[in-house]
Design a protein around this ligand. Structure first.
Ligand SMILES: [Zn+2]
Ligand SMILES: [Zn+2]
Length: 389
């Protein structure tokens, strides 16, 4: 490993107590989307102690922040280390965002301590509400990433990999409006909203067989009536569609809309479909960044695993269409433990979780260092980014 990278790694090792502290504090104080006030305060305090100027509430999002080194590092290029810190309802940090925040701060502080000022700039962006809130989309739309060239983070998981595909997603509600009537005495006077919902659900099941492998539709019925002897005048459900491209995502959504429209027509009910924004975009991957991450993982003694093909969605997908972005995954559990579980939350502070945290911070800082010090790499990253979706 080159001298500077060795220095970066020992800086990260010396920051281990701070990083474990962040991860444990967040785990003990889980806060859900846009409620991350304690997390925002805690992370801001650590950054200030380590020589950063912190601005809270950037992009008109109260629990977002921007941390900038208090030395003159405003020159381009600038890399952003993204800190996620929102938890899940009921199961706390079952997605391991406590480790994401800890790794990104550790990497930024280590790099700041090692970097020559004229090598370029770095910032830490606190990005709230990844789980369902689309915090990064709001920050990007507000211009927070306008002067940034590369967005970096890692996510804990059950494999080691430089990058994975992510699906675009639309989250929406379907409602049907009918008419109540006595279910036995005067059923001919009623319009059954539940029947329209069940017909929609069945039509969705029918089209699912004919989707491409990257297409997903899943949902639940949240309201199906009030009493068995009343024809339901209202039924509602929540659904997601997902796909590997924005156009296919939108096409599947259109087909689900047709399922609802057809059911409404058949039953004689009215329907309404309402999208819960933002729409999430699929991840725009960057092969140059992924090759650099792989090389740095190997230098740390980590052999990347084959892609397991499992796909979710994240607001970094949207960000990856604004600027080159990376989202490698590093293992803290074996594949029998799923994300979004209590066991996964526990694993974030296990010995393996701690080891992965240090490796993640090293990998992030090493990759940022490669990017900031190589004109050639930056050009290649830009070229790769220019290709369409
Ligand atoms: Zn999650
Ligand atoms: Zn997550």
């Amino acid at each position: 490993m080159d001298v500077v990278k060795t220095q970066i790694c020992s800086e990260v090792d010396s920051l281990a107590p701070n990083m474990y502290g962040i991860s444990e504090f967040l785990k003990a104080n889980p806060e859900t989307a846009y409620q991350e006030y304690k997390a925002c305060d805690y992370l801001s305090r650590i950054l200030k102690e380590k020589g950063f100027v912190v601005e809270k509430g950037v992009g008109q999002v109260e629990t977002a922040f921007l941390g900038t080194p208090d030395i003159d590092q405003t020159s381009r290029p600038t890399v952003a280390f993204l800190a996620e810190y929102d938890a899940l309802p009921k199961i706390g940090h079952g997605c391991g965002h406590n480790l994401i925040a800890a790794a990104s701060l550790g990497a930024a502080i280590a790099l700041k301590n090692v970097l020559k000022i004229d090598s370029g700039g770095l910032v830490v962006v606190g990005t709230p509400a990844e789980e369902g809130g689309g915090g990064k989309v709001r920050l990007a739309e507000a211009g927070v990433f306008d002067d940034i060239d590369l967005a970096m983070m890692f996510h804990p998981g059950s494999i080691n990999i430089a990058g994975k595909g992510m699906l675009g997603r639309i989250k929406f509600k379907i409602e049907f409006f009918g008419r109540t009537a006595h279910a036995s005495g005067s059923p001919d006077k009623g319009i059954n909203a539940l029947d329209a919902m069940v017909a929609t659900y069945s039509s969705i099941n029918a089209i699912r067989q004919h989707l491409r492998p990257d297409g997903r539709i899943h949902g639940i019925i949240t309201h199906g009536g009030d009493a068995p002897n009343i024809i339901p005048d209202y039924a509602a459900g929540l659904f997601y569609v997902r796909a590997g491209s924005r156009s296919y995502r939108d096409e599947i959504f259109e087909r689900v809309t047709n399922c609802a429209r057809g059911a409404a027509l058949a039953i004689g009910a009215e329907y309404n479909i309402e999208i819960d924004p933002p729409k999430l975009d699929p991840m725009k991957r960057n092969s140059v960044l992924e090759a650099t991450i792989t090389a740095n993982l190997e230098a740390l003694g980590i052999t990347p695993d084959p892609d397991d093909g499992r796909r979710g969605s994240s607001d970094i997908g949207n960000l990856s269409h604004y600027l080159p972005s990376m989202h490698p995954v590093l293992a803290i559990v074996d594949s029998d433990i799923p994300g979004h579980s209590v066991d996964f939350c526990e694993a974030t502070t296990s010995d393996r979780g701690r080891q992965t945290l240090l490796n993640a911070a090293k990998m992030l800082a090493m990759t940022a260092y490669d990017y900031l010090t190589s004109v050639e790499m930056r050009e290649q990253v830009r070229e790769d980014f220019k290709r369409s979706e």
